[in-house]
Design a protein around this ligand. Sequence first.
Ligand SMILES: Cc1cc2nc3c(=O)[nH]c(=O)nc-3n(C[C@H](O)[C@H](O)[C@H](O)COP(=O)(O)OP(=O)(O)OC[C@H]3O[C@@H](n4cnc5c(N)ncnc54)[C@H](O)[C@@H]3O)c2cc1C
Length: 512
Amino acid sequence: MGIGVNKSPLSGPDSDHHHHRPIVMAAGDGEPDPAVQQRPQLQSKKVCVVGGGMAGLAAARELRREGHAVTVMEQSGDVGGQWLYDPTTTHGVVPSSAYACLRLRTPREAMSFSDFQFLPRDGPSRDPRRFPGHREVHFYLRDFCAAFGLMDAVRLNTRVVRVAPTSTTTRQRQWAVRSVRLLGGPDDDARVEEEEEVVFDAVVVATGQYSHPMLPSDIEGVGEWRRRQLHSHLYRTPEPFRGEAVVVVGCGDSGTDIALDLRRVAREVHLAASSEGATPAVSRMVANHGDVLRLHPRARRLHADGRVSFADGSSVVADTVIFCTGYGYSFPFLDTGGAVAVGDDGCVVGPLFEHVFPPSLAPSLSFVGVARKVLVPWFVEAQARWVAQALSGRRALPTEAEMLRSVDEHFRAREAAGVPRKHTHHHIGGIDKMIEFMEEYGGLTPMEDWKEELLLSSMASMCDDLETFRDRANDGENVRKGLQGWRGGLDAQAQYKTMDAAAEADGLAIDD
Ligand SMILES: Cc1cc2nc3c(=O)[nH]c(=O)nc-3n(C[C@H](O)[C@H](O)[C@H](O)COP(=O)(O)OP(=O)(O)OC[C@H]3O[C@@H](n4cnc5c(N)ncnc54)[C@H](O)[C@@H]3O)c2cc1C
């Protein structure tokens, strides 16, 4: 048992990625799967993928593998989504929420596309660590694009502004995608915007879930606060807060990272945590830096005189409040007449069958990357493969009524279990449930035991010490042996060669 990886051996760049016509394919490798259609003639569709982050790239790869014609529209000047670090935050809401000190929380060995490992690479700017910084993840995604020749499908600096069905009848439904191409930088006075509308057979929405900051509704006085306040979305480095007293609201991943980052330069850092947020690991972290860090219960009110008060009635005077309070879903470009919508203050997208297909618009509209608490990129790869195969006709979807019933049951089961609505898209059931999905819909097989062992031991290590877990290796025999084969094995060598050759052909400088 383990987390899914592809059974197939390492494959090089897709050779079939320029097909624009119906293609003939075998119905599947290995054991016949009853959900897979035994049809010799599969459909090749013209598909638009909105977003060139990890999920959009996974979609592009899987759609091409299945023989579809793909266009990826990405608003930024490069692919990578969250991992394309943007030091400037002067333009309000920006695509990436990454801060300068951001490092992976997942070991790189256990975080890769099923047939494209996240191997450490040589090169002056590369970061070979197990938990590398954001830049290395960006390099990996560019390597992935180069290896599978995806960049020619990507239109950069292209923001999708409207996606609407061209017809209400299922049989002829296509999608009009309006986009704006930005020529010149955001500061450039001479910037030109070129608008275009193109009709596609299908649209895959892969715009991520970490770009639309959510502010807590239960803190009073936010409007009265005269000092600095910001969301973690716009936090980049600690320097602007030197010598300040800062209140960090929320102590999830960003809250703890940012509090640790700030403690190097700030005078005081006050971490306001809900009861479930104040884990033993957080308490230990605060105790280790008791000279600067303090832990408080939930923040209740911001006062015009600069005080922040907490649920226990205590208060501190602060210069800045940083809200590390998460993100909501937002698809401002989607115009489906209400067939799929965002509700519950940005927490729920629905209805979505298995977090992917809106029943009344499936399979021509789909979402990759809505599910939360999943292992990426594996999970989005499985979702993307499912979408690609549903579009080609290789895999059948249940009827609209069945999908709606399943969504309904999902909601009712969660409600009965007392799961808050804001966790609607959390994948519950841990690794086992994730594997079930990957096997059922993505045709992926379990990952090697040593990777699963490494993943679980890393999680335990993180719960033990949030500050040092990334730099404490304590591998057992099984992991050590697995690592040797992973780094130096034949698959690894083949992958390095593929990447180098593809990068050269594409003129992509991988190491710059
Ligand atoms: C601070 C932080 C730390 C994280 N740490 C980890 C970690 O340690 N491990 C881990 O596995 N994951 C982590 N994640 C999760 C991370 O988001 C995923 O790894 C992954 O990047 C999600 O990919 P995505 O493609 O779904 O979304 P994104 O990376 O957000 O990509 C979405 C893309 O869509 C584009 N886009 C949006 N709207 C439009 C539009 N209208 N037109 C055109 N393009 C558009 C955006 O520009 C962006 O490039 C972290 C996230 C954050 C914010």
